[in-house]
Design a protein around this ligand. Structure first.
Ligand code: BGC
Length: 240
């Protein structure tokens, strides 16, 4: 990773890490959301055990002189920095204290949250009910009420249609198997169902597959740049 010489600056620099189903990304970001390094990307090793991901993480962690704190978006349920589930990685993640592991590895304070939660932090406006759905390997979901995050709502695994979950019909595997047209049709149904269930003010659609969205979206549904997943990492530190 090529870093800019930012040492000596007063504002804390955040190493933002996004652990996805297929790729592991990292970037150093200023408090104003300015990229202070290039984005590093490595493939997720399989089987995606904590040990294998740990080795991959070492490859994207720059020298500690260029960052002051670490934020991680993890694709599963995370409580107090400890992983509870990792549906698209490996069952052996359950109980793994990722925050402490990173603190020990980097020597820097670390916050770990569900990936869709981190992404949501990067895009919400802080008014009313806002939802963020990430369309990638899995179906990520986060709920914010007046800017407050309601953690770990795993909507992706809830029943959606015809005995299938949201992730069954809108995850990467469904996009590949059923094709873009049917995936988009299912997305339309999901948006309607989310509106009727949550009565959201705004729904943000992010994740790598948001680029395949080809249906007209209601005015309160917006696609967002994937970089938000990274920028949300800075916002995590504005929480208490
Ligand atoms: C996981 C979620 C995650 C989503 C996107 C789902 O399979 O259960 O926790 O946010 O994938 O990565």
């Amino acid at each position: 990773m090529k870093e800019q010489p930012t040492m000596g600056g007063k504002s804390p620099r955040t190493l933002c890490i996004d652990i996805g189903g297929t790729g592991l990304k990292s970037m150093v970001v200023s408090v104003h959301g300015k990229a202070l390094s290039e984005r590093s990307l490595v493939e997720i090793p399989r089987p995606a055990t904590p040990r294998a991901i740990g080795a991959a993480l070492q490859k994207v962690i720059p020298g500690r002189a260029v960052f002051d704190r670490v934020s991680v978006g993890f694709p599963g349920v995370v409580v107090d920095g400890i992983v509870r589930t990792a549906h698209n990685l490996h069952p052996s993640w359950a109980g793994f204290d990722l925050a402490t592991w990173l603190l020990r590895t980097t020597g820097r304070p670390t916050r770990v949250l569900n990936d869709a939660g981190v992404q949501g932090h990067g895009v919400v406006q802080g008014r009313g009910v806002e939802l963020c759905v990430t369309l990638g390997t899995g179906f990520g979901f986060s709920l914010f009420v007046n800017g407050h995050y309601v953690p770990n709502v795993e909507l992706g695994h809830h029943p959606f249609r015809k005995g299938k979950s949201y992730e069954d019909l809108l995850g990467e595997a469904a996009l590949k198997k059923r094709g873009r047209k049917r995936w988009n049709r299912a997305l339309g149904h999901a948006i309607t169902q989310l509106q009727e269930t949550f009565n959201f003010r705004v729904l943000y659609l992010g994740g790598g597959n948001a680029r395949h969205v080809a249906i007209p979206l209601p005015r309160n549904v917006k696609t967002v740049d994937n970089v938000a997943g990274m920028l949300g990492g800075v916002k995590l530190w504005e929480r208490d």
